[in-house]
Design a protein. Structure first.
Length: 95
């Protein structure tokens, strides 16, 4: 059976600018099952470009923080990949 692509859950009407395009690329990789963008918040620091950073492990995957400007958004990734493999896939998706 060929590996199917992951699922992107769109349950919010707003997202960090540029995030959806990266998540669409990310779900193409084998081992990534579900990607769910979560809560958007404000932060004090300013990040000039969109960055994705693996935050903490969750049951069955990892929480990622997407930051752009003064906005941060949680992204939950359900995956079989290790943290190092996921970080590699994220950086490939952003290039």
């Amino acid at each position: 059976m060929p590996a199917s692509k992951g699922r992107l859950v769109l349950n919010h009407s707003s997202h960090v600018p540029g995030l959806l395009a990266i998540l669409e690329k990310l779900i193409q990789y084998p081992g990534i099952q579900t990607v769910t963008p979560g809560v958007i918040g404000r932060v004090k620091g300013h990040t000039p470009h969109l960055t994705l950073r693996i935050s903490v492990p969750i049951r069955g995957g990892f929480k990622i923080l997407a930051r752009s400007g003064k906005t941060v958004q949680e992204v939950f990734v359900v995956t079989r990949l290790s943290q190092e493999d996921l970080a590699s896939k994220i950086s490939k998706s952003m290039s």
